[in-house]
Design a protein around this ligand. Structure first.
Ligand code: ADP
Ligand code: GLC
Length: 480
């Protein structure tokens, strides 16, 4: 199949979260299976054009009343693959310090223009390159409106093409002033409460869901959850109405990047047969973060965006109890300012807690390798990748049983020694604290800890398997 895959972030070129990991790993897996897939993303100005091939032509991107904007095009390959990736270049929109927001965390006010422009450019590029396209695959709100563009504006130019929309996170829907709808240049009759309209504003994800030929989300449980008021962010009924075209496919892991045996970003490589070497990474992590070097003491890691989704309020409100456990904590993350400030204050006052505020891939790998337990108490989690990385690194995760966390982690059963992590259900301080305490006690007292550690290391979440599921979805889209 000929597939064009559009995403607002693709690792390693630009990344704020798991979307970038998926947008890199899934196309590679599909290509390996023989699909003809091309990836398209914006050229944010952090991406150095010197390393890219520049095309001699520009593409015209019609944007309603602001007229046609002319974009440059660059190309290279996803690392360690022969997957072509194209970059849409337009300084006014992408020549900024952040992907979606400025340094203070404020979303850019013209994100509607920026991403409708990018989404439209996907079609204009495909036309300029004379690509034969079976499937346009869009991801999250940034490119969601692409399915409506295909159905109502570019259909006569791509009469046989179908669209697939993957929802990685329903919390962010791309809701703008009604005027944003004009940039799409589709008929105003699609601005209604069953398509783009949401309380008077223009909701790009909502319109995309309505128009997509197939919709996927990144775990089977999340596909069910988003049809309920608790997880639906106001779109649960809308999604229910389109549930006949919705499929949940679990993300895989790029074991080329996340494998303790070969990981170049950690000081000491290890695997099941020499798991004792993991302790050396722990000592390195303790030293790096200014914790007491102590190979026996339980070390709990966290790598996360500091966002409500990730359960940071639950952690903050349980902090006193956590600090009294016989354990050290290493947190890596950035996001909400109150959380950055709060964790930094705790880090300055307590010898058993350290935080690194910012984005640091190398430290993320060291935390996976050096910790004894990994914390992921999300309020909701479409899939989640870090808990899966933790399994591979022999770092049993402590998770709330939602979305992909529920689908990927099996709760420890002390009597049978089955399972590979520690789960809680209720989003309450007590449930959370008691589970962390249970995990710490297990670490010190129970031989079961070592058993689940090894079991997790043996589990595999292969992209090849998920890619096969995506192929089924593409076929379904094509066959109606
Ligand atoms: P989400 O996409 O919701 O943030 P995921 O678990 O799917 O959650 O993916 C998060 C990805 O981002 C992982 O690859 C994780 O290692 C990475 N990550 C998150 N925060 C940081 C950070 N501060 N530094 C480095 N990597 C981070
Ligand atoms: C989103 C979700 C996360 C998921 C990632 C990749 O950012 O929050 O759970 O793993 O997308 O699909």
């Amino acid at each position: 199949m000929n597939i064009v895959f559009a995403a607002s972030e693709v690792a390693p070129f630009a990344k704020t979260g798991g979307l970038a990991d998926v947008a890199s790993a899934l196309p590679k897996a599909l290509k390996k299976r023989g699909e003809n897939i091309k990836v398209i993303m914006p050229r944010y100005y952090q991406i150095n054009p010197a390393n890219l091939e520049k095309f001699s032509f520009n593409i015209g991107v019609p944007m309603g009343k602001i007229g046609t904007l002319w974009a440059g095009v660059y190309k290279t390959y996803l690392p360690n693959s022969n997957v072509e990736i194209y970059f849409i270049d337009y300084e006014e929109f992408f020549g900024r310090s952040g992907l979606y927001a400025d340094e203070s965390g404020y979303s850019y006010l013209d994100n509607d223009k920026r991403f409708i422009f990018f989404t439209t450019a996907v079609f204009e590029l495909a036309l300029a390159m004379k690509w034969n396209v079976d499937i346009f695959h869009f991801n999250d709100w940034h490119t969601a409106a692409g399915s409506a563009l295909l159905k109502y504006r570019y259909n006569w130019l791509f009469p046989k093409s179908k669209s697939v929309l993957t929802i990685h996170n329903l919390e962010h829907q791309g809701i703008f002033n009604k005027n944003a709808f004009e940039y799409l240049m589709i008929d105003w009759n699609h601005f209604n409460m069953f398509e783009f309209e949401s309380l008077g504003g223009c909701n790009l994800l909502k319109g995309g869901i309505a128009a997509a030929d197939m919709i996927t989300t990144v775990s089977p449980t999340y596909a069910k959850e988003i049809q309920t008021p608790e997880f639906g962010f106001g779109l649960n009924e809308h999604i229910k109405a389109h549930s006949n075209k919705l499929v949940g496919i679990l993300n895989g892991v790029d074991y080329y990047e996340w494998n303790p045996k070969t990981d170049k970003l950690i000081p000491f490589n290890y695997d099941i047969e020499n798991i004792e070497i993991k302790t050396k990474n722990k000592l390195a992590l303790q030293e790096k973060m200014g914790l007491e070097k102590n190979e026996k003491k339980c070390l709990i890691g966290l790598v996360s965006r500091f966002a409500r989704q990730k359960g940071i309020e639950l952690i903050a409100s349980s902090m006193e109890g956590l600090l009294h456990l016989n354990a050290d904590f290493v947190f890596l993350g950035s996001g909400e300012k109150w959380a950055e400030g709060f964790f930094s204050d705790v880090s300055a006052k307590y010898p058993n807690f350290r935080v690194y505020v910012g984005y640091n891939n190398e430290l993320a790998h060291l935390i996976e390798a050096g910790s004894d337990l990994f914390l992921m108490p999300s309020l909701f989690e479409p899939c989640g990748l870090n808990q899966i990385y933790s399994l591979r690194y022999g770092t049993p995760p402590i998770v709330r049983a939602v979305g992909g966390l529920d689908d990927t982690i099996e709760n420890y059963n002390p009597s049978t020694k089955e399972g590979d992590g520690f789960k809680f259900w209720e989003a309450s301080k007590d449930a959370f604290y008691n589970t962390v305490k249970w995990a710490v006690d297990t670490y010190y007292l129970d031989e079961g800890y070592k058993i689940i550690q090894k079991r997790g290391m043996q589990k595999r979440f292969s992209w090849d398997k998920s890619a096969k599921e995506y192929e089924k979805v593409y076929k379904k889209a094509l066959n109606g």
